[in-house]
Design a protein around this ligand. Structure first.
Ligand code: SF4
Length: 518
């Protein structure tokens, strides 16, 4: 959005304040310009916050910078025309903006608020206190018990209880164990984990270190997708800074705990988000899923017991250790405690990054936080969980959103991508888009997925091109059932979901395409 140019301009103006009149310079405080991670309001960027006044400016342009420095920084008076407006209400502070004030931020609490390249800022807001508490006040078993009690479920999609996974690794006979973080966020429309790695890399590093202590691992790997160069850069900086402060490495803080963290860059293959493909890729092999069992907790990375969680899961851990499992359980639902981050995209007024308690309804997310549909168009559906997920329609968006309720609606939570579609969206085209994606990303190891997705895509393309037959719909359904039940890994098993859910809810659109044959 041009934020870099604005940063450069502000840095230039604030570095040399000679251009400001002498009277004004008298009381000039030290003025610093800091780059933060994502503040969440993508739609309103470039964004600028002015501290200590807590002003939030939106849609800032380079031409505004001089006025901002003169008025806000020198005089403490805001440039009111840069405030966000909610109809007739002016919103000077982040807490006035409906998009922000209806969220509960645990994972994202520091994103957009601290300099993501300064470990000092993270420490200043309480960073690494949870790690110290775990190391000095708790045994590894206490840590596992606390995480188990909290009910934290893996945020990568399946929602497997994190504490259970950790305890399965901890009880293996093999003493060499690994902790791995899945930062290979590949769903189209999802950017939550990328934003966390860019905006607050320290929190997930702290969470991983606590996990390593709990299961007795001395080495950990963060697997980041190649398309996230800024995440890689900031994670590298964070690891170096933590090592320099004795917060990573040998004998951390004199506790006797050793933990070394490494970064692996993925090469952009969606299938490498699958656990066994991801660990194979770290080992330098081709990223292909394998038959399970053995499971990753028994034989994961280099055939050793491995804890594999995603970015958001680890980022939840420090707060759970610090504030306790009971506190965590006060947020969210009984079966899915805590919050969930979502990337809100598509035909919606306020696109961006959000975090809400589990159990929040999609209606609240779309209309109250997201500001409703663009240009007042009618709502048609929302794709949840990316290409592995499903499409939910009007009468399903009032259900409390958690791992179990989404499953009961034939969809999956996935990692948290939400793509909102309006009345002008062709649902057959949506199904074709996602099938094209999964077909291209199929690793080709097993026939049902390799061939099945190809045949399904051919049929969908035929229908979109106006050359389909009614019998194609039966074949599509048959193939979908076959691929779903016989594919080897999650990618193949879930690939037909967008077709299944659109066929179920928008069959008339498929039929219309066929009737309007060219
Ligand atoms: Fe590869 Fe698809 Fe089989 Fe998974 S289901 S192993 S992605 S071919």
């Amino acid at each position: 959005s041009g934020a870099q140019k604005i940063y450069d301009e502000m840095a230039k103006l604030c570095e040399n304040l000679d251009w400001v009149s002498v009277e004004m310079q008298k009381d000039v405080p030290h003025v610093g310009v800091v780059k933060t991670g994502c503040q969440g309001l993508c739609e309103l960027g470039p964004l600028m916050k002015i501290e200590p006044y807590d002003y939030q400016y939106v849609h800032v342009q380079v031409e505004d910078c001089k006025e901002i420095v003169e008025r806000t920084v020198m005089e403490g008076e805001p440039v009111t025309r840069l405030f966000y407006r909610d109809h007739d209400t002016v919103c000077p502070h982040p807490s006035d903006i409906p998009f922000l004030n209806q969220q509960t931020r645990i994972v994202l609490e520091n994103c957009g608020n601290i300099n993501a390249e300064s470990i000092d800022e993270y420490i200043a807001v309480g960073g690494f206190q949870a790690m110290a508490k775990a190391f000095f006040d708790m045994t590894p078993q206490d840590v596992i018990d606390e995480v188990t009690k909290s009910g934290l479920r893996g945020r990568g999609g399946a929602g497997f209880p994190a504490g259970k996974k950790w305890s399965q690794v901890a009880r293996q006979k093999e003493k060499v164990r690994y902790v791995v973080c899945n930062g290979d966020e590949g769903d189209p429309g999802a950017f939550m984990d990328g934003s966390v790695m860019e905006g607050d890399p320290y929190k997930m590093i702290e969470g991983m270190t606590i996990a390593a202590y709990a299961v007795g691992a001395e080495n950990g790997y963060i697997y980041v997708r190649a398309e996230y160069p800024l995440s890689v850069k900031r994670l590298r900086m964070a690891i170096e800074q933590a090592e320099a402060y004795g917060l990573l490495g040998d004998n951390i803080l004199g506790s006797g705990v050793n933990f070394h963290l490494h970064i692996n860059r993925g090469a952009g293959a969606f299938v490498c988000g699958e656990g066994s493909a991801l660990t194979a890729s770290i080992e330098g092999k081709r990223g292909m899923p394998r038959v399970k069992p053995p499971r990753t907790v028994e034989k994961g990375l280099w055939e050793k017991p491995t804890v594999l969680n995603n970015v958001e899961t680890y980022a939840n851990v420090p707060k759970i250790i610090l504030q306790g499992a009971d506190w965590f359980r006060t947020i969210g639902t009984e079966g899915s405690p805590g919050t969930k981050t979502f990337s809100l995209t598509g035909a919606i007024e306020n696109t961006g990054l959000i975090e809400v308690p589990m159990g929040t309804s999609l209606r609240h997310i779309i209309y109250d936080i997201g500001g409703g549909l663009k240009s007042g168009a009618a709502f048609k559906g929302v794709q949840i969980g990316g290409p592995s997920g499903g499409c939910l329609i009007e009468d399903q968006i009032d259900r409390p959103l958690d791992f179990d309720s989404v499953k009961s609606l034939d969809a999956i939570m996935g990692s948290g991508g939400l793509v909102v579609m309006d009345e002008n969206t062709c649902m057959v085209e949506v199904a074709r888009f996602f099938m094209n994606f999964t077909q291209r990303e199929s690793c080709g190891k097993c026939v049902p997925c390799r061939e099945g997705t190809k045949r399904m895509l051919e049929i969908l393309e035929k229908i979109v091109d106006g050359k389909g037959e009614m019998s194609d719909l039966d074949e599509l359904e048959e193939l979908a059932t076959m691929v779903q039940s016989m594919a080897l890994c999650g990618l193949g098993k879930s690939a037909p979901l967008p077709v299944i859910s659109t066929l179920k809810r928008f069959r008339d659109e498929y039929e219309e395409h066929i009737r309007d044959k060219k």
